[in-house]
Design a protein around this ligand. Structure first.
Ligand SMILES: [Fe+2]
Length: 365
C-alpha cells in the first residue's frame, strides 16, 4: 500500500528518464489511488504555519464580527462559511462541523465573470483582518496552483496527451483557495457520529492540500489527539477490496497531497477516479483542526466530457450528457447547500412570462 510520491523536480528535468519516472508515479498515484504525495512543491511550510495562526485569530472572532463576511448571496464562494452550512452530497445530509474562508488567488477574469457572475466574485477581506491573513491565503493559493499546474502537465504526459491537455482548460478558471477550521466538540457530542467533513469527492479538477494541524483545547498547535481524527482518503475499488481502503491523508514529511476531482475523472473517462475523502472528528472534546485546500477548476466554458481518446462506449454512457463546466459548478453548489435551489432556474429559459404578458396586456416587449 504505497501511495507514490511525485517529485516535481523530475517533471521539470531535462533528463527524459527522470520525466518518465515522474509520469509513471502520477499514472500509479492517480490511476490506482486517486491521490499523490508531492515533493519539491514550492509551498513554504513556515509561511503556512504563520497563515494558520492568522486564520485561527479570525475564526476566534465573535460570530457577529464574522457575519458580514458570510455571504449567502455570493453562495459563500468568497469570504466566511459559517458552521453547519455545507453538506457533502454523498453523505446523508449532515452538515459539516467547520468554518471556512474562501478566496481566489488570481483576479477574476472579466469576460468569464459576465457569463458566470456567481463563480467569479471579487475577494472579500475584513479591513481589520489579522496580519498575514490575506497575504498568507493568497501566497499559499498561488504556490499550490503552480504545483498543481506542474502535476497536471505531468498527468497529461502520463496519459500520452499533449503537455497542456489539462492546463489549457485551467486558464482563467474559477480557482479558489480555502482555509478550513474544524470545530471543537463538546463532551456530549463526542462519538455521536458528528463528522468534521462527511465523505465526498471534490467537484473540481484537482485539489492540492498543503497539510493541516490540530489545535489542543487551549487552541495551541499540537500533534493529533488520537488515531481516529483527521483526513482519510478512500482508494479505488479492486476485486480484492471492493470498498477500497481508507488511508490516512497525512503526507510524508515535506510533501503535500494532490487528489483527483470529478472534472479530471470525467475528462479521462474514469481512467483517473475522483478520490472520496472524509474528515473524522476526534474521540475527545475541545480539539480543533486547521487545514487548507486549493481547488483547481477547468474554465467555465469547458465542455465536461471524456477527451476523444477516452471516449469509449462505456465512458460515454457513464459521463453523458456533455455539460458546460460552469453549469456543472452551479448544479454542484446547489447540491452541496452553498447555492440556493433557485440558482438552477438560471439554467433554462427565463422569459416564458413575456408571451403571457403579450397575450394579456400587450406589455411583452
Ligand atoms: Fe473535499
Amino acid at each position: 500500500m504505497n501511495i507514490p510520491t511525485v517529485d516535481l523536480g523530475d517533471l521539470s528535468s531535462d533528463d527524459p528518464s527522470r520525466v518518465e519516472r515522474g509520469a509513471a508515479a502520477i499514472r500509479e498515484a492517480f490511476g490506482v489511488f486517486g491521490l499523490a504525495y508531492v515533493k519539491n512543491h514550492g509551498v513554504d511550510a513556515a509561511a503556512l504555519e504563520r497563515f494558520y495562526d492568522a486564520f485561527g485569530q479570525f475564526i476566534s472572532w465573535p460570530t457577529e464580527a464574522k457575519k458580514p463576511y458570510g455571504r449567502a448571496d455570493l453562495w459563500y464562494q468568497r469570504g466566511w462559511t459559517p458552521p453547519n452550512t455545507e453538506v457533502a452530497v454523498a453523505g446523508n445530509g449532515q452538515p459539516d462541523f467547520k468554518e471556512c474562508y474562501f478566496a481566489a488567488p488570481y483576479p477574476p477574469d472579466e469576460s468569464s465573470a459576465l457569463e458566470f457572475p456567481s463563480l467569479y466574485p471579487e475577494n472579500l477581506w475584513p479591513p481589520d483582518a489579522p496580519p498575514y491573513f490575506q497575504e498568507g491565503l493568497m501566497t499559499l493559493g498561488r504556490a499550490l496552483h503552480e504545483a498543481g499546474l506542474a502535476l497536471l502537465r505531468g498527468a497529461a504526459m502520463a496519459l500520452g496527451l499533449p503537455d497542456a491537455a489539462f492546463t489549457g482548460f485551467c486558464e482563467r478558471g474559477p480557482h479558489v483557495t480555502r482555509a478550513l477550521q474544524y470545530l471543537p466538540l463538546k463532551p456530549s457530542q463526542v462519538n455521536t457520529g458528528i463528522l468534521w467533513g462527511e465523505e465526498h469527492t471534490d467537484f473540481n479538477l484537482l485539489t492540492l492540500l498543503p497539510g493541516g494541524r490540530f489545535l489542543d483545547p487551549n487552541a495551541r498547535p499540537a500533534s493529533k489527539p488520537d488515531e481516529q481524527s483527521g483526513l482519510y482518503l478512500r482508494t479505488r475499488a479492486t476485486p480484492e477490496e471492493p470498498k477500497g481502503r481508507m488511508v490516512r491523508g497525512t503526507a510524508p514529511a515535506g510533501c503535500i497531497v494532490a487528489q483527483v476531482g470529478q472534472q479530471l475523472e470525467i475528462l479521462t473517462g474514469g481512467t483517473f477516479l475522483a478520490t472520496p475523502h472524509v474528515i473524522t472528528a476526534p474521540g475527545v472534546p475541545g480539539w480543533q483542526r486547521q487545514s487548507a485546500a486549493h481547488f483547481m477548476h477547468v474554465h467555465t466554458s469547458t465542455v465536461l466530457f471524456p477527451l476523444t481518446r477516452f471516449r469509449t462506449p462505456e465512458a460515454i454512457q457513464n459521463y453523458a450528457p456533455p455539460v458546460l463546466a460552469g453549469t456543472y459548478d452551479i448544479k454542484t453548489l446547489v447540491d452541496i447547500g452553498l447555492a440556493p435551489p433557485s440558482a438552477l432556474d438560471q439554467l433554462g429559459y427565463r422569459h416564458y412570462d413575456r408571451l403571457n404578458r403579450m397575450r394579456t396586456d400587450g406589455t411583452g416587449t
